[in-house]
Design a protein around this ligand. Structure first.
Ligand SMILES: Cc1ncc(COP(=O)(O)O)c(C=O)c1O
Ligand SMILES: [Zn+2]
Length: 418
């Protein structure tokens, strides 16, 4: 069906345009690297945006359907995704002498990560194509998000993970009833196999970057931020962590669209934060190229540990278009940031999410963010996803032996703290 708000989908490599509703996921000329990008009729969207938003009977991410490659009136999945809370951090604002610090707590989405924004739109797309089974390769948040939202829907999920995947990461998947295949090999082998299986069995694929619907769904993070803050309070800086580059590329596109629709006059500085132990996109961006040179990843922040970032072109191109920049932080800075965030705001972030906050702390400590400025940080995943990693910089518990002196010991241990 031809949808009025959509024009086409275009290959990021060779610029060939395809009908927006065609079944191809990547460009047939360029193969797996031919990631597609949707184009919208912004004049049409501009006219319809407010009436649609006001008539939409909810607050979830589908109120922004005019900027997704879907029929805005089509069937919606059962699970509600969004809005996630936007938490203000007055104690941090005071300590850091900043005008505003806003934390977009996506750890409180249904499966506890930002990935729900993409999965829910992919499920709506799968429903419109009458698909009964969705596959993905991942050991982390993308797969658990898919399995969670599909469990609510009654859609089956098949997940391919590398055999080395830690058991803790599998428990969410297995509890949501996913069929999980442990592939002898690397994450890249699992990724390749999931693509082959999708093709062979005609399954719907929720593979990062390769399915272009995913980055469209992720734009809802920016749209929610806009409506939670209103234009006047929109931040000067936005921070988000970067692995494959899909989230940052999507947030950048969302910002460009807000500008295109006349909702903001200037675009905040979008900061894409990588770990020094996984900085392939940062290196390419620094050297002014879109091509990447894959390097084995060593960061302990597992969700952003990526050797071959799949969505690097959209990430680098879109960030450049909106005038943002990439940066890196050390793992120690990530752990420390998770602790500072927890103590001052009550938000428990997994290391990959704390990396974004570490980016804010770093730029602030360098004097690059001034006292009149406001910053928003996307907290993309809950610390409950990786409890050991999340608590790495926190203090340890104090051991007590039962006995007559026990309360004295408690008092002494707290004497310089209370
Ligand atoms: C918690 C969290 N933060 C950040 C990211 C980075 O997103 P992307 O790989 O799209 O750059 C991920 C991806 O898995 C994630 O799970
Ligand atoms: Zn192409």
């Amino acid at each position: 069906m031809q949808l009025k708000h959509l024009i086409s989908k275009t290959c990021v490599k060779c610029s060939t345009e395809y009908p927006a509703d065609s079944n191809i996921m990547t460009c047939p000329n360029c193969g797996i690297e031919g990631i597609l990008d949707f184009q919208y009729d912004y004049e049409y969207v501009k006219k319809q945006w407010k009436p649609f938003l006001h008539s939409y009977p909810g607050e979830d991410v589908f109120r922004f359907s005019l900027l997704y490659p879907l029929d805005p009136h089509g069937e919606k999945p059962r699970m509600q995704v969004g809005p996630s809370p936007l938490v203000r951090a007055p104690r941090l604002e005071k300590k850091m002498n900043l005008q505003g610090i806003f934390l977009k707590d996506d750890g409180r989405l249904p499966s506890a990560s930002f990935k729900d924004r993409a999965s829910i739109v992919a499920i709506a797309d799968a429903l419109s194509r009458k698909k009964q089974l969705i596959t993905a390769a991942s050991t982390g948040n993308a797969a658990s998000s898919l399995a969670c939202l599909c469990a609510a829907q009654g859609i089956k999920t098949v997940i391919f993970v590398p055999a080395s995947a830690p058991p803790a990461k599998l428990s969410q998947l297995l509890t949501f009833g996913a069929r999980v295949f442990a592939v002898e090999g690397t994450y890249d082998d699992a990724f390749e196999l999931s693509l082959q299986a999708a093709k062979h069995f005609n399954w719907y694929s929720r593979s990062t970057a390769v399915n272009p619907v995913l980055s469209e769904g992720k734009k809802s993070g920016i749209f929610e931020l806009y409506y939670q803050l209103e234009a006047n309070d929109f931040p000067d800086h936005i921070f988000v962590s970067v692995g494959d580059g899909c989230i940052v590329g999507a947030l950048a596109k969302g910002l460009l669209e807000l500008k295109e629709l006349g909702m903001i006059n200037s675009i905040p500085h979008l900061n894409g934060v990588q770990s020094t132990g996984s900085q392939v996109i940062y290196q390419a961006w620094k050297q002014g190229r879109e091509q990447i040179e894959p390097v084995a990843a060593t960061t302990r922040a597992d969700s952003i540990s990526v050797a071959f970032p799949r969505d690097h072109i959209k990430a680098i191109r879109n960030l450049k278009k909106c005038g943002g920049s990439f940066m890196t932080v050390e793992d120690e800075e990530v752990f420390e940031a998770g602790y500072v965030l927890g103590c001052n705001t009550g938000i428990f972030a997994e290391p990959a999410a704390a990396a974004a906050f570490a980016g804010l702390l770093k730029r602030h400590s360098r004097g690059e963010i001034g006292s009149t400025q406001k910053a928003a940080v996307f907290i993309t995943g809950s610390g409950l996803k990786d409890v050991a990693g999340a608590a790495k910089a926190a203090s340890t518990s104090i051991r007590l032996n039962k006995g007559p002196q026990v309360l004295e010991t408690v008092g002494e241990a707290l004497s310089d703290w209370i």
